[in-house]
Ligand binder design. Structure first.
Ligand SMILES: Nc1ncnc2c1ncn2[C@@H]1O[C@H](COP(=O)(O)OP(=O)(O)OP(=O)(O)O)[C@@H](O)[C@H]1O
Ligand SMILES: [Mg+2]
Length: 604
C-alpha cells in the first residue's frame, strides 16, 4: 500500500523548494530577493509623493526647489516601478523554466525510475496526477511556493509601514480594518479548504478525462473507433468527465465571486469611512493637505496590503499543500534494493533459477495469480510455460525478472535470493520480450540497441536482426537501420506490421545478450513460415542461455527441454513433450485439440 497524504512541515517544504531552485535555477531566487523589498519600497514612495508635493505647495516652497523634489521622487518611483515590472516578468519566465526544467523532469524521472511494483498501483497514478496538477495549476502552484513566501514578506513590510502611518493618524483604525478584512480573509480560507477537500476527486476525474481524451486521438485506436463506432461512447465519457470537472470549477468560481464581492464591499466601506473621518479632521484641526493625502493613501493601502497578506497566506497554504502533493509522489518509497547488492552471476556462466513457494496477488484481486509455486530451472535449460489465458504465465515471468515483488516465497538466482541484488543490476540478467512492448520515437538501430549512436555495434545489430528475421526488411528501407519509427512523432517514419514489430523487439532482446532470455509469446504475430523459421533458429537464439518461452502453440514447445503447464496460478503438469503426452493429462488434451485443427486444415 502506498502512503498518499503525508504532511511535510512548512520549513521542510521551504527548504525542499529552495534546494531544487538553487540547484536548477539560481536566477529565480535572486530575482525574488530583489523583488520583495522593491515592492514595499515602491508603495511607500508612492504614498509619500503626493504628501511631499502638497506640503511644498502649502508651504510656498520656491518653484525650482519644488520641481527638483518632485522630479527626483517621480524618477525614483518610475525606476522602482520599471524594475518591479521587469523583475515580475522575469520571475514569471524563470518560474516557467524551473517548472519545466526542474519539476517536470523530477516527475518524469520518478515515474520511470520507481519500482514497477509501485508503478502499477492505482494510488500511484492518482498521486502522479496530483503532482502534475501541483506544478501546473496557476493558483498556489507548487512552483510558485518561494515567490509567494517572498511576496508575503514584501507585503508585510508595506503593511508595517502603513500601520505606522495610520497609528499616527488614529490607532482605532487598525482594529476596525483588521475586523473588516479578517471577515474577507475567512472567505478565502474557506474556499481554500473546499479546494483541498476535492483535490483527490478532481485528480481522479482529471486522470480519467486524460485517458479517454488520449484514447480518442490515439493512433492505435483510430481504426477501432471507426469500425466499431466508438465515437458516441468516447464522447459520452469525455462529456461526463468534463461535466464533473466543470462542477468543481463552478463551485470554486462561485466561492471566488462571493469572496471578491465581500472584499470589494469592505474596500468601499473603508474608503468611505476614511474620507468622512479625514474630511472631519481637516475641517476641525490644523491637518495639512499633505497629511490628508498620506493618511488616506495609508488607510486604503493598509486594506490592500492586508488583503494581499491574506491572499498570500491563502495561496501559501494552497501552494504548501501542492508541494506536499509533489513530494508525496516523489517520495513513494521503493521496496526493491537500490543500494549496493550482491554481485551478479558471471555473464558467461549459465544461470540457475529456483522459485520457492512463490505467491503473488495483484492489488485488489480476490485470488492469487501465482499461488505457492515452486520450480527449479537449471542453468542453460529451456523451459516452455503453457496454459490457458489468465493462467498466470506473464505474471510469473514478471516476478522472475524482478518487476513484481512476491508477497511470499523466494526467487533464487544461482542460490542467491533475488531480493539481495541491486534492482537495476538485476535487470541486466534478462533479455525480455513482453506481450505489450512499445517503440521509442527513434531510429530502428536505437530501438534495438537502446544506446547512443556512437556506441552501436553495427555487426552485432545486423546479426541480431538476421536472427530475428527483420534484416531483409530493414535493408529494403531507404535509410536502412537509421530509418525513424513512430509516425505520431516523426513525419514519414517507417510503419511496421505487427509481425515486423515483434521481430524488431526480438532483435532488441537478442542484442542485449543477457544470460536469461524470456520470450512471452514471441510468435503470436508471426506468419506460419516466419514462425517455423523461428523454431528452427531457436537453439541459436538461446545458445548458452537459460530460456523461458511462453506460447499458446503447443507444437513450438517441442524445442524446449521441459514444459510447465500452468493452470489457475499453479503448476499442474511438468515434463518433456513426450512425457506429458504419455501422461494423458490436460497438456495431452490441449495438444490433441490443437493438432486436430491443424490436421483438419491440412485435409482441407
Ligand atoms: N495489472 C493487473 N492487475 C490485476 N490483475 C491482473 C493484472 N494483470 C493480470 N492480472 C490478472 O492475473 C491473472 C493472470 O494474468 P497473466 O497476464 O499472468 O495471464 P497469462 O497466463 O499470461 O494470460 P495470457 O495467456 O492471456 O497472456 C489474470 O486473471 C489477470 O486478470
Ligand atoms: Mg500473458
Amino acid at each position: 500500500m502506498i502512503v498518499t497524504n503525508k504532511k511535510y512541515g512548512y520549513f521542510s517544504n521551504l527548504s525542499f523548494m529552495a534546494k531544487h531552485h538553487w540547484h536548477g535555477h539560481k536566477n529565480y531566487i535572486f530575482i525574488q530577493l530583489f523583488l520583495a523589498p522593491l515592492g514595499a519600497l515602491t508603495s511607500v514612495v508612492a504614498a509619500f509623493l503626493p504628501k511631499i508635493v502638497l506640503d511644498c505647495v502649502e508651504n510656498s516652497v520656491p518653484p525650482l526647489s519644488l520641481l527638483t523634489k518632485v522630479t527626483s521622487l517621480a524618477l525614483l518611483l518610475c525606476i522602482c516601478e520599471y524594475l518591479r515590472n521587469f523583475l515580475s516578468v522575469k520571475s514569471h519566465h524563470e518560474r516557467n523554466n524551473a517548472r519545466c526544467i526542474i519539476f517536470h523532469k523530477l516527475i518524469c524521472e520518478k515515474t520511470m525510475g520507481m519500482d514497477y511494483n509501485n508503478y502499477i498501483y492505482n494510488e500511484t497514478r492518482v498521486l502522479r496526477e496530483k503532482a502534475w496538477n501541483a506544478i501546473n495549476s496557476w493558483e498556489g502552484s507548487a512552483s510558485r511556493y518561494l515567490e509567494l513566501n517572498f511576496s508575503f514578506i514584501s507585503s508585510f513590510f508595506g503593511f508595517s509601514a502603513f500601520t505606522a502611518i495610520i497609528v499616527e493618524c488614529n490607532p482605532w483604525f487598525i482594529p476596525i480594518l483588521v475586523v473588516c478584512y479578517g471577515i474577507s480573509a475567512l472567505g478565502w480560507l474557506l474556499l481554500q479548504k473546499y479546494k483541498d477537500s476535492v483535490k483527490d476527486k478532481f485528480s481522479a476525474v482529471h486522470l480519467k478525462l486524460g485517458y479517454v481524451t488520449f484514447r480518442s486521438k490515439d493512433f492505435a485506436n483510430a481504426k477501432d473507433i471507426r469500425v466499431y463506432n466508438m465515437t458516441d461512447f468516447l464522447m459520452r465519457k469525455i462529456e461526463k468527465h468534463l461535466k464533473e470537472m466543470q462542477g468543481f470549477y463552478t463551485k470554486k468560481n462561485n466561492g471566488h465571486y462571493i469572496n471578491v464581492l465581500i472584499e470589494d464591499f469592505f474596500k468601499f466601506s473603508v474608503s468611505l469611512g476614511a474620507y468622512i473621518y479625514l474630511v472631519h479632521l481637516k475641517l476641525n484641526s490644523s491637518m495639512t493637505l499633505g497629511d490628508f493625502s498620506l493618511y488616506f493613501g495609508a488607510i486604503t493601502g493598509f486594506g490592500a496590503y492586508l488583503a494581499r497578506l491574506v491572499d498570500s497566506v491563502a495561496e501559501i497554504i494552497e501552494s504548501d499543500h501542492n508541494v506536499n502533493d509533489l513530494r508525496n509522489f516523489l517520495n513513494i518509497p521503493d521496496n526493491m534494493n537500490k543500494s549496493v547488492g550482491k554481485p551478479l552471476p558471471d555473464r558467461n556462466t549459465k544461470v540457475e533459477i529456483e522459485l520457492k513457494n512463490l505467491s503473488f496477488t495483484y492489488d485488489g484481486a480476490d485470488s492469487p495469480s501465482v499461488d505457492n509455486l515452486s520450480l527449479k530451472i537449471n542453468g542453460g535449460e529451456r523451459i516452455a510455460i503453457v496454459g490457458v489465458n489468465g493462467a498466470g504465465k506473464s505474471t510469473l515471468v514478471k516476478l522472475i525478472c524482478g518487476l513484481f515483488i512476491p508477497q511470499s516465497g523466494q526467487i533464487l538466482i544461482n542460490g542467491t535470493d533475488s531480493a539481495l541484488f541491486n534492482r537495476d543490476e538485476y535487470y541486466t540478467l534478462f533479455s525480455t520480450l513482453f506481450q505489450d512492448c512499445a517503440l521509442l520515437p527513434a531510429s530502428i538501430a536505437k530501438n534495438i540497441c537502446l544506446c547512443e549512436e556512437e556506441k552501436i555495434d553495427r555487426k552485432r545489430l545486423y546479426d541480431c536482426m538476421h536472427l530475428a528475421g527483420i534484416k531483409e526488411k530493414v535493408e529494403s528501407l531507404p535509410d536502412k537501420e537509421n530509418s525513424l519509427l513512430v509516425r505520431e512523432v516523426h513525419d514519414g517514419a517507417t510503419a511496421l506490421s505487427g509481425g515486423e514489430l515483434q521481430r524488431l523487439l526480438l532483435a532488441r532482446a537478442l542484442y542485449k545478450d543477457a544470460p536469461i532470455i524470456i520470450l512471452d509469446e514471441p510468435t503470436a504475430a508471426l506468419d506460419p513460415i516466419a514462425e517455423n523459421e523461428m523454431y528452427l533458429k531457436y537453439s541459436a537464439l538461446t545458445e548458452n542461455k537459460t530460456a523461458i518461452y511462453i506460447s499458446h502453440r503447443l507444437s513450438s514447445t517441442r524445442f524446449c527441454d521441459r514444459i510447465i503447464l500452468l493452470d489457475n496460478a499453479k503448476i499442474i503438469e511438468s515434463g518433456t513433450h513426450e512425457e506429458l503426452l504419455a501422461l494423458g493429462g490436460k497438456y495431452a488434451e490441449m495438444f490433441r485439440t490443437q493438432s486436430k485443427y491443424y490436421r483438419q486444415e491440412e485435409a482441407v
